[in-house]
Design a protein around this ligand. Structure first.
Ligand SMILES: Cc1cc2nc3c(=O)[nH]c(=O)nc-3n(C[C@H](O)[C@H](O)[C@H](O)COP(=O)(O)OP(=O)(O)OC[C@H]3O[C@@H](n4cnc5c(N)ncnc54)[C@H](O)[C@@H]3O)c2cc1C
Length: 489
C-alpha cells in the first residue's frame, strides 16, 4: 500500500488523560473512558502510538450521534475528533470542499449554501461530523438517488494505528477507500476528507405529502415516485393494526430551479434557514419534554392516531420548505428527552425490495403481539453501493424507536433477536450507527463471511496490534466472529 508518510511520533512521556462519562445517543449505553481532543494529525498519531505502547485501546469519536455503543470504549481511550474542525479548501465554482474530520454537516451548509451548494447527503440531524458520517457511510432521504456519504467523497487521508498516513480514493489504496468508508472507525482515523456538494438554485425544496392507508400503499408510493423525486421518506404509525397496518404519511421533495422559486435565492442566506425557536408556539427545547408526557403506550397511540388522521386532511398540494427545516426535523425536537430516564433504541433493518412488505408486516405484527410497539417508525428507500460493509442495498429500511425501561429491557432485546432472524432470513442487513442489539452471529450473517474476511485482512494490515476498538465492534465480534450467543443486556 502506498503511504503519504510513515513518520513515527517522537518519543514522549506517558500521558495522563482526563476521564469522563460517554453516552450513546439513545442513552442506553454509558461508560467512563479516558479521552483526548487532538487538533492535529500528529496529535492523533501520538495518541494511537501511546495507546499501542501502553496496552490500551482507542475508539474514534465524532459528535457522538450514533445511537448505541459505536463510538464508545469504556475503561480505555476515546479520541474525540471534534476539535479538528478546519475547512482546508472550498471552491464555490466546483462545489468541492476539503475538510478536517470534525467539520459538521451544519458547518458545511452554513459555509456553502450562500454559494449555491448543499451537502448532497445529510442525515436527519445537522450535528454529526464528516468523519463520523464517512466512517458509517450515512444515508439521507435521497439514498435511492444519490447513494450515501461515501458516494460523495472524492478522496481522504487515513491514519492507521501503525502510524501510516494513506491517501485513499477510488484509484489510490482503493481497497482501504472502500472499506474505511463504512468501516466504523476500525481501519484508522480519517484525518482529511474531500467531497463534492450538490448545486442548488433555491434555498428551498418543493414538498408534497400523501396519506397512505397501509404498508402496501407506502411501498407502492416509493416505487411510483422514486424516478421523479429527489427525496422520499415516510412516517409509519406502528401502533395501528388490522387493515391499517403500516399506515402513515409519505413526504417527497424536489429541488427547485430559480425560475420555479423566484424568492428562493434569498433563502440561500444561512440566517434565513435557521430553525424557528418555537414549534406551534412551544419553545423548541421544551417539545421533547412535552412529548415525554405522552411517552407511554396509550399516550403514543393517541399521538400516532392524531397524526394519521390529521395527515388524511393535510393539503396534498406541494409547498416550499427551507432545506434545513425539511432535513433536520429531529433537531427541532430534543426527542431523546422524551425517552428519559431509560433511554431508547432504534432498530433499523435494511431489506431487499422484494421482501420488504412481508418483513415489515411480520415485524409490526410481532411487535403488536408482544405489546412492545415502536413509538416512531420511518421508511426509506435505498440503492446498493460499492462500500465493503455498507448497509445499502436495493430495498428499504424501517427505523423503529422503542423506549427502554427496566421492566421491558429483557423482553425488548429478546424481541429484537427474533426480528433479526426475520431480517436475516430475507437477506437483510443492519447498520452500526443505529444498532444496540446485534450479536456476533447476526453480524456475520448480515455481512457475510467473504466480506468480513476481506475486512479483517485489511484490519490486520492497518492495525496489527488491534489498537482500535469500540464497544460495538467488540460486542459484534468484528475481529473474530464467534457463534456464541450473548444474553440480553
Ligand atoms: C437525531 C438523529 C438522526 C439521525 N439520522 C440519520 C439518518 O437519517 N441517516 C443516517 O445514516 N444516520 C442517521 N443518524 C446517525 C448518524 O448520522 C451517524 O451515527 C453518524 O455516524 C454520526 O456521526 P458522528 O460525528 O456523531 O459520529 P460518532 O457517532 O461519534 O461515530 C460514528 C462512528 O464513526 C467513527 N469515527 C468517528 N470519527 C471518525 C474519523 N474521523 N475517522 C474514522 N472513524 C471515525 C467512530 O469510531 C464510530 O464508529 C442520526 C442520528 C441522530 C442522533
Amino acid at each position: 500500500m502506498s503511504a503519504l508518510s510513515t513518520a513515527a511520533a517522537p518519543a514522549t512521556p506517558i500521558v495522563q488523560y482526563p476521564r469522563r462519562v460517554f453516552d450513546g445517543w439513545g442513552y442506553t449505553s454509558r461508560s467512563v473512558s479516558m479521552f483526548t481532543k487532538p487538533t492535529t494529525v500528529d496529535e492523533v498519531r501520538s495518541a494511537l502510538i501511546h495507546a499501542g505502547a501502553e496496552g490500551y485501546t482507542v475508539a474514534l469519536r465524532g459528535a457522538g450521534r450514533s445511537y448505541g455503543d459505536a463510538a464508545m470504549n469504556g475503561g480505555n481511550l476515546v479520541v474525540d475528533l471534534t476539535s479538528m474542525r478546519r475547512v482546508l479548501a472550498w471552491d464555490p465554482a466546483t462545489g468541492i470542499i476539503d475538510v478536517e474530520p470534525g467539520v459538521t454537516i451544519e458547518d458545511l451548509w452554513r459555509l456553502c449554501l450562500k454559494d449555491g451548494w448543499w451537502p448532497a447527503v445529510v442525515p436527519g440531524t445537522m450535528f454529526p461530523t464528516i468523519g463520523g458520517c464517512a466512517a458509517m457511510n450515512i444515508h439521507g432521504k435521497n439514498q435511492f438517488a444519490m447513494g450515501g456519504t461515501g458516494d460523495q467523497i472524492l478522496d481522504a487521508d487515513l491514519l492507521t494505528p501503525a502510524g501510516e498516513l494513506l491517501r485513499i480514493s477510488r484509484t489510490e489504496n482503493a481497497d482501504f477507500f472502500h472499506a474505511a468508508i463504512s468501516g466504523f472507525g476500525m481501519l484508522g482515523t480519517l484525518t482529511r476528507i474531500r467531497l463534492k456538494l450538490k448545486h442548488v438554485e433555491s434555498g428551498r425544496v418543493s414538498v408534497e405529502q400523501a396519506c397512505v392507508r397501509d404498508l402496501g400503499e407506502q411501498l407502492d408510493y416509493f416505487e411510483q415516485h422514486k424516478g421523479d423525486s429527489d427525496y422520499l421518506v415516510s412516517w409509519v404509525d406502528c401502533i395501528a393494526g388490522g387493515s391499517g397496518l403500516g399506515r402513515g404519511q409519505v413526504h417527497r421533495a424536489k429541488y427547485l430551479h430559480a425560475d420555479e422559486d423566484p424568492d428562493g435565492e434569498a433563502l440561500l442566506e444561512p440566517s434565513r434557514q435557521d430553525l424557528p425557536a418555537t414549534v406551534m408556539g412551544v419553545p423548541r427545547a421544551l417539545v421533547g419534554a412535552i412529548l415525554g408526557l405522552f411517552n407511554f403506550d396509550l399516550g403514543m397511540r393517541v399521538v400516532n392516531t392524531t397524526k394519521y388522521y390529521s395527515s388524511l386532511v393535510s393539503p396534498t398540494t406541494p409547498y416550499k420548505q427551507p432545506h434545513v427545516a425539511f432535513h433536520f426535523l429531529l433537531d427541532y425536537v430534543t426527542m431523546r428527552a422524551a425517552y428519559q430516564p431509560g433511554g431508547f433504541i432504534q432498530y433499523q433493518p435494511f431489506v431487499p425490495k422484494e421482501a420488504a412488505k412481508q418483513v415489515f408486516t411480520d415485524i409490526l405484527k410481532l411487535n403488536q403481539s408482544r405489546g412492545i410497539v415502536s413509538y416512531l417508525g420511518v421508511i426509506k428507500r435505498y440503492r446498493p453501493d460499492s462500500f465493503l460493509l455498507s448497509h445499502a442495498l436495493d430495498g428499504y429500511s424501517i427505523a423503529l424507536d422503542y423506549p427502554v425501561t427496566a421492566s421491558n429491557r429483557q423482553a425488548l432485546w429478546q424481541m429484537c433477536y427474533e426480528m433479526n432472524e426475520i431480517v436475516l432470513a430475507a437477506g437483510g442487513k443492519f447498520y452500526p450507527a443505529k444498532d444496540s442489539v446485534l450479536r456476533p452471529q447476526d453480524f456475520s450473517r448480515s455481512f457475510g463471511q467473504e466480506r468480513l474476511a476481506t475486512f479483517r485482512a485489511l484490519r490486520h494490515r492497518a492495525d496489527p496490534g488491534r489498537v482500535l476498538r469500540t464497544e460495538w465492534a467488540a460486542r459484534v465480534g468484528v475481529d473474530e466472529a464467534t457463534e456464541t450467543p450473548m444474553t440480553a443486556r
